[in-house]
Design a protein around this ligand. Structure first.
Ligand SMILES: Nc1ncnc2c1ncn2[C@@H]1O[C@H](COP(=O)(O)OP(=O)(O)OP(=O)(O)O)[C@@H](O)[C@H]1O
Ligand SMILES: [Mg+2]
Length: 259
């Protein structure tokens, strides 16, 4: 067996208490372990406050881990610092829930898609224009969108741009936090289909957080159910969805308790 692309072991994330004399809050992520093979999609579900976004933030190194370990692409992910971390981060693309919040409204789509390339040190010019146009087209929008601004787009179009930006540096892993929940139902399906096509084309792995069990069933190979910061159940998505073993997952998915 090959090593997983992403492996998380006993990860704990705890936010600081709010006031000087406030008690330390319980961990937002409590001893979470997961393994994501190359090319697979792991869906993470759980009610609001169960720690899904905190888990993603810790994987993205946006919040510190109190304890536990993460390996990504074979590297000891939590020990990377400075330029090394910046370079390694290019291996992870991020798609947020609301494209209108994650895309700067003043910039043109061309500027938005060039930003990560320029930050990496690529030179502006015709090659970069061609590259951004190709990326945009791969995400289902024609090149005449390049001079437009994010605020002029529909929700679905803006999310396509956000996905294109996340792919700009050729990541191996795409991390998505509720990427379709701000969109109309009809558009949700189009975005999910786009993600599945991209996954097949680029051999991408995905970590996909959602409230929506239909979405998870559609897109995930593996499924993990979280509750109060802990993993309640995990396994192949089909089996967990068809017959969840744990009472919490059964309730979440609308099954009757087992007799
Ligand atoms: N920046 C923060 N500072 C302090 N506590 C936080 C912070 N962000 C989240 N929390 C707490 O951590 C816990 C987990 O929150 P988190 O946002 O990870 O849940 P979630 O599963 O993503 O919820 P949702 O489905 O609503 O997005 C909650 O108790 C939340 O109040
Ligand atoms: Mg969240």
């Amino acid at each position: 067996m090959t090593a997983p692309l992403l492996h998380v072991q006993d990860l704990v994330v705890r936010y600081k208490p709010r006031g000087l004399f406030a008690q330390a809050p319980p961990p937002a992520v409590n001893r979470v372990s997961l393994s994501l093979p190359e090319g697979a999609t792991l869906g993470v579900v759980g009610e609001s406050g169960s720690g899904k976004s905190s888990l993603l933030r810790a994987i993205l190194r946006l919040v510190p881990a109190e304890s536990g370990s993460i390996t990504f692409g074979g590297a000891d992910w939590l020990s990377l610092r400075g330029p090394e971390l910046r370079l390694a981060r290019q291996g992870i693309g991020v798609v947020a829930q609301n494209p209108f919040l994650s895309l700067s409204p003043r910039l043109t789509i061309a500027q938005i898609l060039s930003e990560p390339l320029l930050a990496r040190g690529d030179r502006p010019g015709p090659d970069m224009v061609a590259q951004t146009a190709a990326l945009l087209s791969r995400c289902g929008l024609p090149p005449d969108f390049l001079p437009r601004r994010a605020r002029e787009l529909s929700g679905g179009q803006a999310q396509r741009v956000a996905i294109a930006r996340a792919l700009a540096l050729g990541p191996r892993l795409l991390v998505l936090d509720e990427p379709t929940s701000a969109l109309d139902v009809s558009v949700q399906a189009q975005i999910l289909n786009l993600l599945m096509d991209l996954k097949a084309d680029f051999g991408l792995s995905m970590l996909f957080v959602t409230h929506n069990l239909k979405v998870v069933a559609h897109i995930s190979d593996l499924l993990m159910v979280m509750h109060q910061g802990e993993v309640v159940e995990s396994g192949r998505a089909e089996s967990v969805i068809a017959d969840p073993a744990q009472p919490y997952s059964r309730a979440l998915m609308g099954f009757r308790p087992r007799p």
